[in-house]
Design a binder for this molecule. Structure first.
Ligand SMILES: [Zn+2]
Length: 93
């Protein structure tokens, strides 16, 4: 498994309980973003609104690593919950 869509609330809830992998939120209007599975960006309410809500515009995917999200979904990495914690900070030149 590298990528699995979380289409129901039950799948979403289980994924968070298992706490393995990362979540990619793909929005029709924005570039997909990789988040920590149990980070502050992820909530049941958001999932309900985005995925299950009427006219929901988002999809949630479970991926096994941040790099799977980047390569398979073209996602960028969330700057709020920082799922990629590099050992060394990269300095911008
Ligand atoms: Zn995030």
């Amino acid at each position: 498994m590298t990528k699995r869509e979380l289409a129901t609330f039950e799948e979403f809830r289980k994924a968070r309980l298992e706490d393995v992998g990362f979540i990619v939120i793909a929005d029709t209007s924005r570039k997909p973003v990789v988040h920590q599975l149990n980070g502050r960006c992820i909530s049941g309410d958001n999932f309900r609104n985005k995925v299950l809500g009427e006219g929901g515009t988002g999809k949630y995917y479970l991926v096994d690593s941040v790099s799977s999200g980047i390569t398979e979904l073209g996602a960028s990495v969330c700057k709020i919950c920082k799922p990629l914690r590099p050992e060394k900070e990269k300095w911008k030149s």
